[in-house]
Ligand binder design. Sequence first.
Ligand code: GUN
Length: 295
Amino acid sequence: MANTNKYTLIDGRKVASEIKKEIADRVAELKRNNKKLPHLAIILVGDDGGSTTYVDGKVKACKEVGFHYSLLRFADTISEERLLKHVDQINNDEDIDGFIVQLPLPPRISVERVTEKVLPEKDVDGFTNENFGSITSANPHIFPATPFGVMELLRRYNVDTNGKHCVVVGASRLVGAPLSMMLAEQGRATVTICHKYTKDLASHTRQADILLVAVGKPGLITGDMVKEGVVVIDIGTTRVEDTTKERGFSLKGDVDFDSVAPKCSMITPVPGGVGPMTIVSLLMNTLKAAEQNTR
Ligand code: GUN
């Protein structure tokens, strides 16, 4: 019988904790030299459960590495105009190196107007058009956080993307689109971008040396859709009801792990794969913003 456990499980938790340790060491060095410590501000509008959990995780990560942080909470009745004023205030606050506006925002508020108001050098989520466009520049400023986490995970597991065929499923502005550009630019890969209009998705995914999926459809990719030896990066995290869990849900990736993993050389689990890397990317971006903060 074939050995079905030949794949390497890519351990995002382990890599994330190694990077946090590296960042904490750097903060300790800044402290020893009486330098200003990195300061991350987080804007949270409303009390959506998912967003509050994410923000709690970001605050905890700041504490772990020794960053200063500010959490600014507003009721979901706040007007767009007032929110934009707060963004402006943080833009002008010299002590704050980086900040994020946690999404989603209430539907009346334009995400585009709010995210574009953030100064690109403080945009540690990498959401602004300027940071998105700078991926293809000779000197990129700040990489979008989730794609940055994926690239770092590949790098630390010595997955060489140079000349490989990467197939990205999902072309969202926050994940799939910038990730595709980073794989082509920094990773020197040949990249196919698939999205909801793609015909015969499996004919593309089967060609992938590295398959990266970010669509939010649990179990979309099944074993018959990948070739032997593929590296699979599952960026999906959908909450599905799970009465066996105290919190009432579990997280499901876009990849049907049980049928796909036996064909892989490497694969990320959900949870514990890409997820832990996104917060760490935010910390790496904040450290970079702080080191470049000459104000
Ligand atoms: N909501 C879900 N993920 C994210 C993220 O990475 N950044 C922000 N700002 N909001 C989010």
